[in-house]
Design a binder for this molecule. Sequence first.
Ligand SMILES: C[S@@+](CC[C@H](N)C(=O)[O-])C[C@H]1O[C@@H](n2cnc3c(N)ncnc32)[C@H](O)[C@@H]1O
Length: 432
Amino acid sequence: MKDGLPPRRCAALAYATILRDRRALEPALEHTPGYRKMSDRDRAFARAILATTFRRLGQTRKVLDHFLAKPLEETTEYAAALLVTGATQLLWMDGPPHAVVSTTVALCQDTTETYGLKGVVNAVLRKVSTEGPDLAARTAPRDNLPDWVSRSWRKAYGPGALSRITNVQMQPPPLDITVKDPVERERWAGALGAEILPNGTLRRREIGDITQLPGFREGAWWAQDAAAAIPATLLGVKSGDHVADLCAAPGGKTLQLAALGARVTAVDDNEGRLKRLRDNLSRTGLRAAVAVEDVRRFRPKGPADAVLLDAPCTATGTMRRHPEAGWIKKPGDVQRMSRLQLEMAGAAARMLRPGGWMVICTCSLQPEEGEQLAARLLETRKDLKPVAIQDGEVPGLAEAITPEGWLRLTPALWADRGGMDGFFAARFEKSS
Ligand SMILES: C[S@@+](CC[C@H](N)C(=O)[O-])C[C@H]1O[C@@H](n2cnc3c(N)ncnc32)[C@H](O)[C@@H]1O
């Protein structure tokens, strides 16, 4: 088979699946015919095409629109996938024009519907390779947000922040690392060639194969975005405390709490993701009890000293790491998820002992899943009172503390160091 054909085919097939089935990028690729049989290099190439395609989707579509007689959405599904992934390689990946155009045209032979479109695909991609860069220069990173996301962020954060957030999202994400033993942080920063961020997270510019990095196999650290590492630190956990970690898998926050010496019960209803949590515990030599259960039904053996709820959400704060996230969600998902989050937060509060602290967090930039969720929780549970987050608890992030004392992290924070995921966290104490 012609060189470069299989990874490009995988990328185009997975692109169509992701949009049709609203599926996340990694599982979509894993289930794409031929993907698992490819070499590591080809798999990495397919993944890079796909990630760049979603990261630049709005800009690429704008360029393609100039050369298409009808909107891309009205084109056959696979033809649209070939055009978008092909144009992405030409515009944003320095793809050699001849190789990109000829392999993409060859892929038109995959289906009867696209067979007859070889001429069109050839002509359009040739135009993209010659005239596309000038047209692309007239587009902007914010074009890459789905309209509903762009509208909601503009309203919530303003146009300036919207541009800063989208600029960060155009960059490939760094590898962020939480070290098990903080005393060893400097040593591992040296061994890994990493910078130490103000919250103690280690940051490397490139992700690569993390299993080959020093300290991974011996369980000295785990990968965790700097923003995701903050909520567990807000619980004020002491050694020996009983902590319920709700929606725990794959376990980044469970590991943090266990490393502090807490007796952690990690609850999640997804067995597959819990396997990853168990693997992480065994690799790092940390301990936690694990319960496979819906958080809304789970009852701990006794009241917990502290509860962490990292609720499922639309994950629009993670579009830098998961650029497809905004494209596979719809505005209705925000309402649906925020109702679920409120139910879960109510269940979480019931698990807490009087005087105990609870932190709820989501990796979403939608206010319905953050500020509005926290406010609604206070309306519905009179036994909770807010415990404002203080400057000293979040070094370098004082500006992220809201007037109510919540924490609103956006990708634009620490932008000169590579940004972070968008996250929201709020803390409460149970009064009775
Ligand atoms: C944001 S992820 C959690 C990430 C995790 N806390 C960490 O730090 O690695 C949300 C998790 O919620 C779980 N989940 C979703 N609905 C649930 C439910 N009703 N009960 C328990 N877990 C649920 C998902 O399986 C998923 O693992």
